[in-house]
Design a protein around this ligand. Structure first.
Ligand code: NAI
Length: 287
């Protein structure tokens, strides 16, 4: 399989990380968002990340110059219909995702692989209103945050996806220094399903917002469990709103099984706009 040119829809936390990583693999990336200023901000973030990597000696100046050329900013209706792959990384809302794929269906060639970076929504549900040939060419490609660094990529095969395609894409990632895991199309796939309890139990232990207790739980899990980040630090990195939506989505998809029930503190944090690192305040303060 050859991936020469791709499009990424959504230039938030994940879209920019995914764009950065693909550009580093010498793949041409068309980056799309709803507003020009969003993609421009994403590009600034990607460029400053490369500046840091240059200073650390991870890449040379000529490599960085090439990576920069690999990314272009587009509106959705300007993307090249001939692209090999489109990855959607927008808000975790099935109706908005479906709408975006409907639009992409009218733009892209039949051979373009369609992929969603959804954390939790079964990809069969996202794709089920598309023509059947599109559904065959539709898979989940689930990156982890930060996408340029995290090795794992979950490849999700939906009920109508071609499993051959899934295997080929998985092989492509394995050849590009990622580690793929092919997953069944079950809510939360592998990591996010298991991770519900990594967040849920600590939230139940802490109960209310109390930074001392939060810090304590994070420290214990890092020291004793060997985790690189504690659950509260990780929720702050992921975005408490994003994490809450994933929890809601997995809970609903498992018929409100109490094992997956969201904790009231998650909603409270979202309502107070304490969304984590991206908003400057979450379980910890970053300002
Ligand atoms: P984010 O909120 O940081 O970014 C979403 C971006 O999509 C925003 O820039 C927004 O303007 C844009 N957007 C919304 N509707 C759009 C549309 N119709 N067309 C084009 N752009 C649109 O969200 P984040 O965290 O990047 O998450 C994106 C997806 O990736 C979600 O499905 C999430 O579940 C998944 N994900 C998130 C992870 C994380 O750690 N944040 C990890 C792995 C997957």
């Amino acid at each position: 399989m050859k991936l020469s040119k791709i499009a990424i829809i959504g230039s938030g936390t994940m879209g920019q990380g995914i764009a950065q990583w693909f550009a580093q693999q010498d793949v041409i990336v068309e980056l799309v968002d709803v507003k020009k200023e969003f993609v421009e901000k994403a590009l600034i973030n990607i460029f400053s990340s490369w500046e840091r990597l240059l200073k650390k000696g991870k890449f040379s100046q000529s490599q960085i110059d090439q990576f920069k050329e690999n990314i272009t900013l587009k509106n959705i209706n300007e993307i090249d219909p001939q692209i090999d792959l489109v990855i959607e990384a927008i808000i975790e809302d099935i109706n908005v995702k479906k709408q975006v794929f409907k639009e992409l269906d009218s733009i892209c060639n039949e051979s373009t692989i369609f992929a969603s970076n959804t954390s939790s929504i079964p990809i069969t549900e996202i794709s089920n209103e598309l023509p059947i040939t599109r559904q065959e060419n539709f898979i989940g490609i689930h990156f982890f945050n930060p996408a340029p660094i995290m090795k794992l990529v979950e490849i999700i095969i939906g009920a109508n996806s071609s499993s051959e395609l899934g295997k080929e894409v998985a092989k492509w990632f394995d050849q590009h220094n990622k580690v793929s895991a092919i997953c069944k199309d079950r809510p939360g796939f592998i990591v996010n399903r298991v991770a519900r309890n990594f967040y849920g139990e600590p939230l139940r232990i802490v109960g209310d917002y109390d930074q001392a207790k939060i810090q304590n739980v994070d420290q214990v899990l890092k020291l004793v469990g060997g985790f690189k980040m504690g659950p509260f630090e990780l929720m702050d990195l992921i975005g408490i709103d994003v994490n809450y939506m994933v929890t809601e989505s997995v809970y609903k998809a498992f018929d409100k099984n109490p094992r997956f029930e969201p904790h009231p503190l998650q909603k409270e944090m979202v309502d107070k706009k304490r969304l984590g690192k991206k908003s400057g305040k979450g379980f910890y303060d970053y300002e």
